[in-house]
Ligand binder design. Structure first.
Ligand code: KG4
Ligand code: ZN
Length: 326
């Protein structure tokens, strides 16, 4: 099947073409307008999507050497995400699919993040445990089969990506904060400051990162001359140490032979090395770096799986800003 994927849940306008499980073309336009605000401004995000979506779609169609008329379906992010941003992508996709007379499927962005791991490793097989770490979510899933997922634990407050973004803001770094902290941390000693780790008691698969952010704020206030590289490295380690300890616990509890990491924070190289060190006796899969953060390849890929099974959305489907994985 020839599927066009469209993603506009936050600040990336993205399109991709997937043909029979293979990504033929993928493009994205990152909205730099938000950088100066230290976070995404929803109203601006919608307007930026509207400006470029048509161009991005036409670029992937052209690069794929196919015509719009030959598409078999369109997959679009239905949620979770910013309302206005989702509406832009969904309205565009509905119009295009109606005009072409082809089916449309609304896709859960989080489920698509998990499935990006099949693009990295086509031999990946069910069941597996997934640590899903993005800007808005931190969850551990037992992925039993296609469409059968069990939530093992999630954050009570901030997501891991949010902890990176808020930490970066406290340290006077840019947005998104994850890559900024990672860059600075490379030249720091990650064991120099012992930031708190929450909820580490036995058998607990929940997370909490709001206290960590507060303790960073106090530390920076009281230690004006501390080396920023050491602070960044220790702060990053405090987040990653908890993520990996919980992932290991989930793997032990489920007896799973495979674990995968998904979402924007999966791009962090320190996290990748630490997972491989701590969970050394299991198969570990990470998406390619470009498929960790938001992209349309994962939307097109998952969309094709659903459309192949005959599943499609009604044209009156609504966006779901708080969509959860069923
Ligand atoms: O999945 P994603 O692109 O968007 C959401 O669905 O939320 O994730 C974005 C999050 C941001 O919080 C960003 O700071 C974080 O992923 N992130 C990173 C890295 N690259 C992106 N966090 C740590 N290290 C990175 N290299
Ligand atoms: Zn995402």
């Amino acid at each position: 099947m020839k599927i066009l994927g469209i993603e506009t849940s936050c600040d990336e306008t993205a399109a991709a073409v997937c043909i029979d499980g293979e990504i033929i073309s993928t493009k994205l336009s990152s909205q730099e307008i938000h950088n100066k605000f230290g976070g995404v401004i929803p109203e601006l995000a919608s307007r930026e999507h509207e400006k470029v979506i048509n161009l991005i779609v036409h670029k992937v169609i052209e690069e794929s050497n196919i015509s719009l008329n030959s598409l078999d379906g369109i997959a679009v992010t239905q949620g979770p995400g910013l309302s206005g941003a989702l509406i832009t992508g969904c309205s565009f996709s509905k119009g295009l699919a109606l005009g072409l007379g082809i089916p449309i499927i609304g896709i859960n962005h989080l489920e698509a993040h998990i499935f990006a791991n099949f693009l990295a490793d086509p031999s990946l097989s069910f069941p597996f445990v997934c640590l899903l770490v993005s800007g808005g979510h931190t969850q551990i899933w037992n992925i039993i089969n296609f469409g059968s997922y069990e939530l093992l634990g999630e954050t009570r407050d901030d997501a891991a990506g949010e902890a990176f973004d808020k930490g970066a803001r406290i340290l006077g770094l840019g947005y998104p904060g994850g890559p900024e902290i990672e860059k600075l941390a490379k030249n720091g000693d990650y064991k120099s400051i012992n930031f708190p780790r929450a909820l580490l008691e036995k058998n607990n698969l929940e997370f909490s990162f709001s206290g960590l952010k507060t303790s960073l704020l106090y530390y920076v206030d009281k230690n004006k001359n501390a080396k920023t590289e050491n602070i960044a490295a220790s702060y990053q380690y405090a987040i990653i140490d908890v993520l990996v300890q919980k992932l290991k616990l989930a793997v032990d509890i489920t007896g799973s032979k495979t674990c995968v990491i998904a979402g924007g924070v999966a791009a962090n190289k320190f996290l990748r090395r630490h997972v491989e060190k701590v969970i050394s006796n299991k198969k570990i899969v990470f998406p390619d770096l470009s498929y960790c953060t938001d992209n349309a390849a994962m939307i097109a890929f998952l969309g094709e799986k659903y459309l192949k099974k005959g599943k499609k959305s009604n044209f009156n489907f609504s966006i779901l800003p708080n969509m959860r994985i069923a």
